[in-house]
Design a protein around this ligand. Structure first.
Ligand code: FES
Length: 107
């Protein structure tokens, strides 16, 4: 059973389940961190919104084949692992917990 967000200060509510359509992404502020939130294949994934190349906003990137393309120069990252598809860079990922119709991110 997942941690209850009410009992876990590291879990932050970022949205309701219905707010993010399948295939969509958004950028949320989580305790001062800019986090890119993705809804793919009935799951939610959270990555740092900051591209390791030059800081592009990954949450505004196009998503295709479970990868997000940075909107600035097109670097491609696996949405689940944060790994750069063509290189060694890795974007930090965050645990997502869905509970009682709310989406929480652990930071
Ligand atoms: S800032 Fe993301 S690819 Fe350049």
């Amino acid at each position: 059973m997942p941690d209850s967000s009410a009992d876990d200060p590291s879990l932050h509510r970022v949205a309701s389940v219905g707010e993010l359509e399948a295939g969509d992404s958004s950028v949320v502020d989580v305790d001062g961190e800019q986090v890119a939130l993705f809804h793919l294949n009935d799951e939610y994934f959270a990555l740092s919104n900051v591209c390791p190349h030059q800081g592009g906003p990954l949450g505004q990137g196009r998503v295709e084949d479970e990868c997000v393309y940075c909107p600035w120069h097109g670097w491609q990252f696996d949405v689940e692992s944060g790994e750069h598809v063509q290189g060694d860079d890795v974007v930090p990922t965050y645990e997502v917990v869905v509970e009682d119709g709310d989406i929480h991110v652990r930071v």
